[in-house]
Ligand binder design. Structure first.
Ligand code: DGT
Ligand code: CA
Ligand code: CA
Ligand code: ZN
Length: 579
């Protein structure tokens, strides 16, 4: 069972929030770090503790004596006493409140002490009654910002972020498969389409013992609440904060049900119309001819074939023209999972990453990568411990040494995530930038510039001849912060004309570029790279999440440069400089 890992991580994060609230120093960061470690642990935390005990826990990044004890306490008793006490002392909905942009733990504490604010509704009301601006340390601007944050949260805050829930859903699906009670178990819906956020999980099964399967399903450890239970459909709430449906469908309808429940809804509507045009009827039970005879339904493939369509990958089923292409047998051959050869955005403990260069490199080797580019932050991002010229030159030396050590195993490229100044200039000298293999630039400040100014600022940064790539091009953080105002079409056009690369940042809550932007890049012939923006060894596994996003944007292998072997990748970088 891996199901307890997200729970434990969540509680550690909660501890971090409460400790920060109380103004405790250092400890909150340790709890955050520990939460990361537990979240992406390859093993169930309970098994791990059974095997390796407290000492094993203490070997994980961020976990010291006291955190290890708390984890063990939770696994034994289902509670962390200190956390329970902290919650009693400040009984507010910290999880929701701190999800609002601009509202951190300390602000939550102040708001509770001054105005008794416990929930997002309380906070919204206080904003609307202009109570916030009158508090010491707040003003009209911060009140407006909080209100905006609340509105943004309400629009999307409830959907789960795909990359964060995949392990838990896989766990559930494996659990169902292991029951021996089902012939098929497949998650459909937005999860199968690899949409960046997920409303709920729709699982389909074929079983000749549906009652037993449903009993087994509701006994899953990760189930928090059962809304409704029947032999064909059962609907539950999972502890990770997401609903899941399990539907048992007849075997001869499995493919039809899978197609139907994979969606999207708009795609389904088009498919049904196409079937009608061809004289058939299509629904979740099958494809039927004029005499109501089922002519396909066991598999998705046979349905597509009978309709004269190429099989459409789930990531494309959004009614963006894919059905027409499938009719003409002209679907693009999407980039395949596992085809990225090198990660190109990786932070280390030289700036705000949690691991050393060597640790990141070792992990990349384990994952089978051919190259990895180290891109620490640069000096003006002081909060992240950004590197100045001197330190970057030192890092270059260090990488030269490590490349000798790792020869034949992996190549470490020298790079940086260079901060763009307000005026579009860069915060490192050209002389040092010229020594790097791969240079990405990024906006980390002045998110609120007017659209035109922001667009010009980014274009100016990109126009530096030492710069190859724009990192996380729109700056959004899913469920937290909207993209800054920027004319993405103009950026794409500029990238095309100047041979610049746009990044698909695969970190789960970034996924920036978005699918629709990727599609525009593909159409415009702008090259992209997929990388993880890792700040820990645990993040390097997110590459395929970026591939999923790229597939949703119809990208093929040739659109994504780091599918290339190292030599060809470097040759490409050289060639764009000469153009
Ligand atoms: P989500 O859960 O909001 O992330 O998005 P989906 O796409 O998983 O949507 P969901 O869970 O409401 O329904 C699963 C699939 O079932 C959906 O993708 C398409 C199909 N479906 C649901 N309602 C309808 C409908 O009214 N008409 C048609 N044609 N299909 C539907
Ligand atoms: Ca769904
Ligand atoms: Ca659903
Ligand atoms: Zn960073």
């Amino acid at each position: 069972m891996k199901m307890k890992n997200p729970e434990v991580a969540k509680l550690l994060r909660m501890m971090a929030i409460y400790l920060e609230m109380k103004g405790v120093s250092f400890k909150p960061q340790a709890y955050e770090k520990a939460a990361y470690s537990i979240e992406a642990l390859d093993e169930d935390i309970e098994d791990f503790v059974k095997k390796k005990g407290k000492e094993g826990l203490k070997n994980l990044p961020g976990v010291g004596e006291s955190i290890a004890e708390k984890i063990i306490e939770y696994l034994k008793t289902g509670k962390i006493k200190e956390l329970e006490e902290l919650k009693k002392e400040v009984p507010v909905d910290v999880e929701t409140l701190t999800s609002i942009e601009g509202v951190g733990p300390k602000i939550v504490y102040k708001l509770y002490k001054a105005l008794g604010i416990k929930t997002i509704e309380d906070l919204e009301k206080a904003c609307l009654e202009h109570k916030i601006r009158r508090l010491p340390g707040f003003g009209e601007k911060s009140e407006e910002k909080i209100l905006k944050g609340i509105q943004f949260y309400k629009q999307g805050g409830q959907r789960a972020i795909l990359g964060f829930i995949i392990p838990a859903v896989e766990e559930l699906v494996n659990y169902l498969k292991e029951s021996g009670l089902a012939k098929e178990v497949v998650p459909a819906g937005s999860y199968r389409r690899r949409k960046e956020t997920i409303g709920d999980i729709d699982i389909l099964a074929v079983s000749d013992k549906p009652e037993k399967l449903m009993d087994y399903f509701v006994n899953f450890e990760g189930v928090e609440h059962v809304y409704a239970k029947g032999p064909t459909k059962t609907n539950v709430r999972l502890k990770i904060g997401l609903d899941a449906d399990l539907r048992v469908v007849p075997e001869e309808s499995f493919g039809a049900a899978l197609a139907y429940f994979t969606g999207s809804k708009d795609h389904n509507i088009q498919m049904r119309e196409l079937a009608i045009k061809k004289g058939f009827k299509l629904n979740e039970y099958g494809l039927f001819d004029k005499n109501e005879k089922r002519i396909a339904g066991r598999t998705e493939e046979e349905i597509y074939e009978k309709l004269g369509l190429e099989w459409i990958p789930p990531e494309m089923r959004e009614n963006r023209g894919e059905i027409q292409l499938a009719l003409e047998h002209k679907l693009p051959k999407l980039i395949e999972y596992g085809s990225i050869r090198g990660d190109l955005q990786v932070q280390t403990n030289w700036s705000d990453g949690q691991n050393s260069i060597e640790e990141m490199v070792e992990e990349a080797i384990k994952l089978g990568l051919e190259y990895i580019c180290i891109t620490d932050h640069t000096k003006s991002l002081a909060v992240a411990g950004g590197l100045d010229e001197k330190r970057l030159l030192k890092q270059i030396e260090e990488i030269d040494k490590l490349n000798k050590k790792y020869r034949g195993k992996i190549t470490i490229l020298k790079g940086a995530e260079v901060n763009i100044n307000k005026d579009g200039s860069l915060d490192l000298s050209d002389e040092v930038l010229a020594k790097l293999d791969f240079v990405g630039v990024a906006v980390h400040s002045h998110f609120n510039l007017p659209r035109k100014e922001q667009t010009e600022r980014i274009k100016k940064a990109l126009s530096n001849p030492n710069v190859h790539c724009l990192f996380h091009p729109t700056g959004r953080i899913i469920n937290k912060r909207p993209a800054y105002e920027v004319d993405i079409d103009e950026i794409i056009d500029f990238a095309k004309k100047n041979n610049k690369i746009l990044e698909i940042d695969a970190y789960p809550d970034r996924l920036d570029l978005k699918d629709e932007h990727i599609k525009k890049c593909v159409e415009a012939g702008v090259k992209m790279v997929i990388d993880t923006d890792a700040h820990s060894v645990l993040h390097l596994q997110f590459l395929d999440l970026g591939v999923a996003q790229a597939r949703r944007g119809w990208a093929t292998r040739k659109d994504i440069l780091n599918t290339l072997p190292l030599k060809e990748f470097l040759k490409y970088l050289e060639s764009i400089k000469k153009k």
